[in-house]
Design a protein around this ligand. Structure first.
Ligand code: ZN
Length: 429
C-alpha cells in the first residue's frame, strides 16, 4: 500500500493530490521554514500538487480566482506516522483577486501562515488534555510553544462555536494564582447535566464579573435562575444588577472556606502565643487536623485531633463552631434552619474569637442569601462549585509552566470548558 493511499483515506482534499512521498534527512528539514523534528532521524516528505485546471481560493474573500504566480515551497507538519515526522510540501499559488488584489491562496490543511497542519494541531491539543504541555512536547518531539499554539487554536474554535443557550445556573468563584495577590474570576455553568467552565477574567473586581455578563448578553443573563457565589462585595453588586431575576445563593463551599480561613488565622495566632509560653508542641502539625473533613483525616491526624480536643484552646472552640454549623445544611425546614442559624450566630458572636466573630457578622449581613440555599435545594447540589474548583486547582498545579495569564486561561478552557470540536473524516487521536 502506498502512503498516498493512506493519506487519501484519512484526509482527502478534492482540489489537491498527494504526489511523491520520500524519506528526507531531518537535518535538511530543520531549517528556517519551520517544523520541529529531532535531529539525526529521517522524516517523511509528501509533495502536494493542485489538481490540473483547479483554480486557487483567495485567502482574503474565500472565492476561486485566477492564478497569479507561485511562491517558494513551504513545509507543513502533519501527524507523525509510526514515530516518524511527516511533512507536506507545497508551493502555494498567489491569486489575482478582483476584490482583494494579489493574495496567497487558501490551503485546506492549514490556517493562514501556520506551518502546522490543522490535523496535527488537533492531535497535539487532544493529547494536551491528558498530559501536561511539556509532556506532549517531549513525547512527540516538538516544542512547548507548538503545543501551546495548537491548544490555543483549538480553544479559539471551541469558544467561537459553543452554545450558550439555556443556561439556568451559574457559580462564581475566585482563585489565587502565581502566589501573592493575583486573582482570576471564574464562572461555571452548574446545571444538572451540564457543568463546565464558562468564563475566565483577570482580577476579582466588578469589572471582571461584568465581562462575563457582557459575553453572555442581556437576554441570556435575564434567563438565569440561580447564581451561586461567595460574599465578595463586588460580585454581590454585579449579580444583583445583572441577574436580578435569579435566586442568589451563598453556597456551602464558599462559606465553609471562609470559616476554614478564620480557623487557620486563630490557630496561627494561638501557636505563636503557645510558643512564647513554651508550649510549642501542642499545636505543632495540627493545621490539617482542623481544616480537613473528619472522614479525610489520616489515622495519625485522627489521634492528634482527639488529643487536641481535650485542651481548651481557641482553635478548638473555633473548630467546634464550624463543625456545629454543618448541621445547617441538613435542615429540611427553612424555618428551623433559620432558628438554628440565629442561635449559632449568637454563640459565634459571644465566642470572643475575633476571626469567627467576623465570619458571623458577615453571615448575618447576608442572611437572606444564605437562606436562599433552602429555596434552591434540590436544584443545586452542595459539592458542585467545590468540585469544579478542585479541577481548576489540579489543572493549575499541572501547569507550572504557565507564566502568563493567557496560557493559563487557554489550559483551563481546554480542560474544563467542554468545548465543541469540528467533525473530521478521520480522528488521529
Ligand atoms: Zn479575494
Amino acid at each position: 500500500m502506498l502512503l498516498q493511499t493512506i493519506l487519501n483515506r484519512v484526509e482527502k482534499h478534492p482540489s489537491f493530490v498527494y504526489a511523491e512521498a520520500r524519506f528526507a534527512d531531518s537535518a535538511d528539514s530543520a531549517d528556517s521554514t519551520g517544523g520541529d523534528s529531532a535531529g539525526g532521524d529521517s522524516v517523511i516528505e509528501v509533495l502536494v500538487r493542485e489538481r490540473a485546471n483547479s483554480r486557487p481560493i483567495c485567502s482574503g474573500c474565500g472565492q476561486r480566482r485566477p492564478g497569479y504566480d507561485r511562491l517558494p515551497q513551504r513545509r507543513y507538519q502533519f501527524v507523525p506516522l509510526w514515530a516518524i515526522s511527516v511533512f507536506l510540501l507545497y508551493a502555494p499559488r498567489r491569486v489575482n483577486c478582483s476584490a482583494c488584489g494579489v493574495k496567497v491562496e487558501r490551503v485546506p490543511w492549514a490556517d493562514g501562515k501556520s506551518r502546522i497542519t490543522t490535523s496535527y494541531q488537533r492531535f497535539l491539543a487532544n493529547w494536551a488534555k491528558r498530559l501536561s504541555w511539556q509532556e506532549v512536547a517531549d513525547v512527540f518531539r516538538t516544542s512547548w510553544q507548538t503545543v501551546y499554539r495548537s491548544v490555543e487554536k483549538v480553544v479559539a474554535w471551541g469558544l467561537a462555536h459553543r452554545n450558550l443557550d439555556n443556561i439556568e445556573a451559574i457559580g462564581v468563584d475566585e482563585i489565587q494564582w502565581q502566589r501573592g495577590h493575583h486573582y482570576l474570576t471564574l464562572v461555571y455553568q452548574i446545571d444538572n447535566g451540564c457543568r463546565r467552565l464558562l468564563h475566565i477574567a483577570e482580577n476579582r473586581t466588578a469589572k471582571s464579573l461584568l465581562s462575563f455578563f457582557r459575553m453572555l448578553g442581556p437576554a441570556r443573563s435575564a434567563a438565569l435562575k440561580f447564581v451561586c457565589s461567595d460574599m465578595w462585595k463586588p460580585y454581590l453588586k454585579v449579580i444583583a444588577k445583572k441577574a436580578a431575576a435569579a435566586l442568589h445563593v451563598l453556597d456551602r463551599f464558599h462559606i465553609m472556606s471562609a470559616m476554614n480561613k478564620a480557623i487557620d488565622e486563630v490557630r496561627a495566632a494561638e501557636a505563636k502565643r503557645l510558643k512564647q509560653d513554651g508550649y510549642e508542641h501542642i499545636l505543632k502539625h495540627s493545621r490539617w487536623c482542623f481544616l480537613k473533613r473528619r472522614e479525610n483525616l489520616t489515622d495519625k491526624q485522627t489521634v492528634k485531633l482527639s488529643e487536641l480536643l481535650k485542651y481548651n484552646l481557641q482553635t478548638v472552640r473555633a473548630y467546634l463552631l464550624r463543625e456545629e454549623f454543618q448541621r445547617f445544611w441538613q435542615y429540611r425546614s427553612p424555618l428551623w434552619a433559620a432558628r438554628f442559624l440565629w442561635e449559632w450566630l449568637g454563640r459565634a458572636k459571644r465566642s470572643r474569637i475575633e476571626p469567627m466573630k467576623k465570619v458571623a457578622r458577615m453571615l448575618e449581613r447576608h442572611g437572606e442569601l444564605l437562606m436562599n440555599w433552602f429555596l434552591a435545594k434540590g436544584t443545586i447540589s452542595a459539592g458542585i462549585v467545590e468540585g469544579l474548583n478542585y479541577n481548576v486547582k489540579l489543572t493549575m498545579r499541572k501547569a507550572y509552566g504557565f507564566r502568563t495569564a493567557n496560557a493559563l486561561k487557554t489550559a483551563l478552557y481546554h480542560r474544563l470548558g467542554a468545548l465543541p470540536e469540528p467533525e473530521f473524516a478521520h480522528r488521529f487521536w
